[in-house]
Design a protein around this ligand. Sequence first.
Ligand code: GLU
Length: 513
Amino acid sequence: MNHNIRVRFAPSPTGGLHLGGVRTVLFNYLFAKQQGGTFIVRIEDTDQGRWVPGAEEYILDTLEWCGLQPDESPRKEGPYGPYRQSERKPIYRKYAEELIANGYAYYAFDTPEELEAMREKYKSDSNPSPQYNQAIRGFMKNSLTLSPDEVAQLLAAKTPHVIRIKMPENETVHLVDMIRGEISFETNTVDDKVLLKADEMPTYHLAVVVDDYLMKISHAFRGEEWLPSAPVHVLLWKYLGWETAMPAWAHLPLILKPDGHGKLSKRDGDRLGFPVFAMNWTDPKTGETARGFKENGFLPQAFVNMLALLGWNPGSDQEIFSIEELLQVFNMNRVHKGGAKFDYEKAKWFNHEWIKRVPSSELVTHLTKVLEAEGINNHSAFPLETIINLVKERCTLLTDFMLQTSFFFQTPATIDIDSIKPKWNDAKNLFFVELIRNWQLTNTWNTDDLHHAFQELAAANDIKPGELMLPLRIMLVGGKFGPGVFEVAALIGKDESIHRIQRALAQLPHPHP
Ligand code: GLU
């Protein structure tokens, strides 16, 4: 165990986990595990207004489904808990006060109305939403403009207030990012972010720095959308006197819409008909469910494999990677900074490849779930592994197993008789009547013997076997699909096979006597 490597995934429980979130988890996980380090999940729930019931559970369940289990999390407390920021509330105020004492932050007593009035007053075409910043702070009600006595009185009277960072003027903040190299930010362009809110809860900016410090985080990987917040965080590390303990940063590239224009959003998924969440997510307010990769029939192995290649490349042509293989070859140096286009067809390709690779014994649980969801419960009477072996090449999604296997377990509700009719004739009818008789008498009910009997009978009737195969397939399976017909017949048994042929014959024209 390498105690120096500690990485964290720090989601806010505001809803379902977007595939970009899972990719962040994956890169954290791979980096930590490769080096014998610790992977931590910390729930950043200090913004009570955005807190959504069920989201934390959902996030932790998603990681379980993906097999990316944290070593420390709210479900598995470690030495640096609690792992939910709301439960750490008493920790943060002291750091905010310390920043004030050292001149890096200040109290702000402005009411919501005063803030609104400020925005109205300074609004212009070039600045449509003025921010509380260096230019404005001097005109507002805060401990920089009020006298120390006034501030002391307001505090003693428990006047609602926030604590804001005092962004320095005309400074350049430097940050070395593992993916982007050296990045610099001008402090004049960043507003005086709130650090502690009126309800005593820290904002994300303060909490993330304090917790990364207290939890001894060595590397912080997060989505590129957090880059604009980075200068605030770097300054806080410095102002709190922790600069030497600051984690190494990496801002992961965005996952883009399939056409490459802009960040992939849930709405793109709805519009283009693919999931963007890892698992189904039901919004507790609207009751609306957004589809997940899991419920769409993805194997976790495929989902994780696909995510690994969104923003990282192995430097070779290899595309299929198990998590064990990723642990061997993953390297942050090969994560690129440009956004990665999401391609659902490619995601399905990964799933197909994984369905073919995963041992059939492992697919049994998936298959039974798919079947039971459709009301098929008699599956235990069948050799499921054999059935999976027969059809898995034909399945791209786990849900495809329904179409590809349901005829084993139940007589097809309808059969595509219209595809048999055009080439149907008396000779074929006679053939199937004889086939029924032949199969009825046979004692050896297995694929080879059934096939053999079929061919001999076709030859005796002078009909090409090829002309009889499609009708037989449709009779047994219901349509023009499925694995080998004699394998199907062998598995569904004599009575059922004969019953299906008879049922089809009854729907086809009979010879005239
Ligand atoms: N709580 C932030 C989020 O929701 C975490 C950003 C970070 O990792 O610093 O993504």
